[in-house]
Design a protein around this ligand. Structure first.
Ligand code: GCO
Ligand code: MG
Length: 402
């Protein structure tokens, strides 16, 4: 099956998405997500200017060889732009191979390991009461696992709290907006949120929380310890993880489960975290971590240390990424949970898909390939619109982690 053409489709049905479409001489096409929030056009150029010329004429079945060619062959390894671009090619090739085999992708990844893919939704509110009401709403929609974020008294805005509850979109402006942050205010407030949630919802509901890289290791240790009575499913991105050894300190102090990895792009970013069992869930994704091929390598490596997957699934990961991720989750033995932030109806229309939500879980569906397509005519109606993620400053003006 020869690759005869490939092109990048950039569209903005409410938010920007970059999609790679690969066409073959067998009349089949494959799709891969290449969206890197706030840096979309860098990946589009990497694909169009540097990768596509090398793809045309190759055998689309040689997924591993093409992955190695793009990774080793560039000489310059790793990094989010490179790995997103490789991820898009890899996802499109797996889509093609499954279509050529006339099978849903999960069959090629080892077949079905579970009947459903447990997901968590996002509840957020300006204060504890509003967050509790949102958790109730998600529960009534069928969610069995819910991430809870609340505004912090004394801070005008914070990560994860938005006006539109179903479609939280952090990349909200043509130039980065600025948030203010105070660790003491946040640390005083957050245990109260989870206390209120346990009082209202009891012990059974799985509760998650995203710290969004804002604490130092010792502060993260303190928060993890303070949250222990409320038995969280996980505490996410408690401190920036470039320094993987920093997680030793958190681990020494708390048994709150830890999740890390949405900003990682290769196995090397999480090797120590996994080997030393410093985290419980690894959040790398299909789009940002080199496609199905590399994500499966990370997941299999994680399984050796009893680390489970908890793939990133915010709105900036397109339905193409979600479809691929759900097929891997259906087959992967050490699957843990999948994040699920709903896409808007406009996005869903541009990307018709086989996956569906039922009783707090997603199902990848039985369509051949990864089950997600793109309506190019509709996509063309939504031109690219520059949008940035916010930045974050301490109250004295120091630039902090967003
Ligand atoms: C999450 C994430 C997102 C990211 C966003 C960046 O856990 O869902 O932290 O909200 O901030 O995906 O592009
Ligand atoms: Mg996160």
């Amino acid at each position: 099956m020869k690759i005869i053409a490939a092109r990048v489709i950039v569209t903005c049905p409410g938010r920007n998405f970059v999609t790679l479409k690969i066409e073959t001489d067998k009349g089949l096409h494959g799709l891969g997500d290449a969206t890197l929030n706030g840096r979309e056009l860098a990946v589009a150029s990497y694909l169009t200017d540097h990768i596509i010329p090398c793809l045309v004429g190759r055998d689309a079945h040689q997924i591993e060889d093409i992955w190695q060619f793009l990774y080793r062959g560039a000489y310059w390894r790793r990094g989010p732009v490179t790995m997103c671009a490789i991820g898009a090619v890899d996802t499109a090739l797996w889509d093609l191979k499954a279509k050529a085999a006339n099978m849903p992708l999960y069959q090629l990844l080892g077949g079905r390991s579970r009947s459903e893919v447990l997901v968590y939704g996002h509840a957020n509110g300006r204060d504890i009461e509003e967050t509790c009401d949102e958790v109730a709403r998600y529960q009534s929609l069928g969610y069995r696992a819910i991430r809870a974020q609340s505004g912090v008294p004394g801070l005008a805005s914070t990560y994860g709290v938005s006006a539109d509850k179903m479609y939280y979109e952090p990349a909200d402006a043509a130039l980065p907006t600025e948030n203010l942050w105070s660790t003491p205010k946040y640390l005083a407030h957050t245990p109260k949120l989870f206390e209120a949630l346990r009082v209202r919802f009891g012990a059974d509901l799985a509760l998650l929380h995203d710290v969004h890289h804002r604490l130092t290791p010792i502060e993260a240790a303190r928060l993890g310890k303070a949250l222990e009575p409320y038995a969280l499913f996980w505490m996410e991105d408690a401190t920036p993880a470039e320094n993987q050894a920093a997680f030793r300190l958190i681990r020494q102090h708390t048994v709150t489960p830890l999740a890390v990895g949405e900003v990682f792009n290769t196995i090397w970013d999480c090797k120590q975290l996994i080997e030393e069992q410093l985290v419980d869930f690894i959040r790398t994704t299909v789009v940002h971590a080199g496609g199905i091929t590399h994500l499966k390598r990370i997941a299999d490596f994680a399984a050796l240390s009893q680390v489970r997957t908890g793939c990133h699934g915010a709105t900036d990961l397109s339905p193409v990424c979600m479809g691929a991720s759900l097929h891997l989750a259906t087959a992967q033995p050490n699957f843990g949970i999948q994040e699920y932030m709903r896409h808007t109806p406009e996005t869903d229309e541009v990307f018709p898909h086989a996956y569906f939500f039922k009783d707090g879980a997603l199902h990848c569906g039985e369509r051949i390939g990864h089950g997600v397509d793109i309506d190019e005519k509709l996509a063309a109606k939504y031109p690219y619109k520059r949008a940035y993620l916010p930045v974050n400053r301490l109250e004295d003006g120091t630039l902090w982690n967003w």
